[in-house]
Each structure stands twice: as C-alpha cells, then as structure tokens.
Design a protein around this ligand. Sequence first.
Ligand code: ADP
Ligand code: MG
Length: 292
Amino acid sequence: AIPLVIAISTAMSARAGILVKDRLALERMRQVDAVLFDKTGTLTVGRPAVSGVAAADSVSEDELLALGAAAERDSEHPLATAVVTAAEARGPIPAAMEFRSLTGKGVRAVVDGAQISVGGPGLLRELELSVPSSIESQVGEWAGAGSTVLYVVRDGEVLGALALADEIRAESREAVALLRAQNVHTVMITGDARNVAESVAAKVGIDEVFAEVLPEDKDATVTSLQERGLSVAMVGDGVNDAPALARADVGVAIGAGTDVAVESAGVVLASDDPRGVVSARRLSSASYRKMV
Ligand code: ADP
Ligand code: MG
C-alpha cells in the first residue's frame, strides 16, 4: 500500500507543477545545502537577441552581421538563432560550407572562400587573437552591462563584435532570496564569460559563480561542491546539463527543458519558474518529516 503522506504529497506536487520521477530525489531535496543553477534558460529566459553591432575597420556593420550569420546558420544554439534573426532583418545572408561546431566556444565555416569563426572570448584565446582597439571600449561596456559578446573572425582577423542580451527571469531573484533565507548556498554555472556571469549573478543575488565552464566539465563542478561536503541540487534545462543533473544529489529539470535534461532529472518542474525549487523543498519537508 502507498503510505497516506506519499499519496497526499503526490496530489500536492501535481497541483504545484512538480513531477517526481525519483521518490528518493524528492526525499533528499529537503536536506540540500546548495542549489546550483544553470544560467542560460534557467535563471534567464534563454532567448537572447542581438542588441549591438560593432565593426572594426575592414567591414560595415551589415557585412559583419551577414558573415556571422552565414557561419551560424547551421547551428542550433540560441545565440546562433539570434544572430541569424538579426542578420535576416538587414539583408541577404551568404552561403556557407564546411560548417563545424566548436562545443562551448562557437562555430566555424567557410564563407566566400574565407574561414569565418564566431564565438566568445574563449574562441579568441584559442586563436591567440585580441580585441581590436577600435572596438575595445564598446565591448567593455557591453560586457559590463551583462551582455554576451561574440566575435566574428575572418582568416585570423577579428572583424568585429556582436552584443547579445538575454532577459533575466522575473522570478529568479525571489527564488534565490528564498533559498538563502533557508541557509541554502546558491551557485550559478555557465559556459558564458566571467564578466557576464558576474553581472547576472549580482542582479539575481547568487553567492558563488562558476563561469566559462565547458559543457563536459559541468558535472565536475557538481562533484567539486560535493567534495566540500555539500549536498547539491542542480537545476538546468539544456542538453549539456544532463550529466550534471545526473551527478547531483537531486537533479531538477526546469520547464520545457530538453528531453535529455528531463530524463536525467529526479524532479521535473512543469513551469519555467525557478521558484519551483523552493516549492519542491517545501513538498519534500511536508512529505518526509513525519515519516522518520
Ligand atoms: P551555457 O552554459 O550558457 O549553456 P554554452 O556552453 O552553450 O553555454 O556556450 C558557452 C559559450 O560558448 C557561449 O557563451 C558562447 O561564447 C560560446 N558559444 C557556444 N555556442 C556558440 C555559437 N553557436 N555561436 C557563438 N558562440 C557560441
Ligand atoms: Mg544552457
């Protein structure tokens, strides 16, 4: 027979939009010491849009955007979608060949016989290139304001940069404040640049930030928190969050997360609202307090 408390909490959880896939994960939820949030798509809406274009000296802004979009057209990354959408509004996008995705860094393709790469600061570091002085102050301003900056590189020359802004979810700040009030350590993880990450974290009230983390290293970050003696809940939505969700003491998939994320999680939040983590903790306490 199903214990009455479980039956009641299942009804409660359905009403709160919390799908419990693993009962033990829900049970562990009330004892979690740290909540690790993915930035993009979890604390932010995850639909970035191009908010600025800065061409260095050899191309116009329209050309910069068109070349970037050509290389991005075969990528499914939300940043790529944003670049293509912005470029389409300004004119035709040239054809590209030999598309390659550089996981956690950007993309590369051949456009009009030239090698075009688009990516963040990690890409520039890898190519040993620096930001042209003519756009340096603009880029600094964007990064300081929390925008993601992408660079467009043609045959080893940085042609310019694009700013992409992603909205912070209205509920993120409250979710973090509620957790902190319960003495839960709040942490954010992202593949995005450190300055962007710090800016979002400050706006949301997050305690600790892991930035510029490659997709394959996200689960190692969970392990490093666990090695500090913390019981960790990881909240994420993306394909590259799945190993970290599986590694965490409690994996929480948010909203219309990818199938892989949902599969790897013990708890699934039906809505996109990060406050669902707080509700899940409340449900966990209500369900298990009386049973021990
Ligand atoms: P997140 O942790 O935010 O999901 P990702 O690992 O998907 O981040 O990406 C990390 C960084 O890699 C991005 O901020 C960006 O700089 C770069 N990047 C990834 N994919 C692309 C792409 N298609 N075009 C340009 N840059 C990309
Ligand atoms: Mg993501």
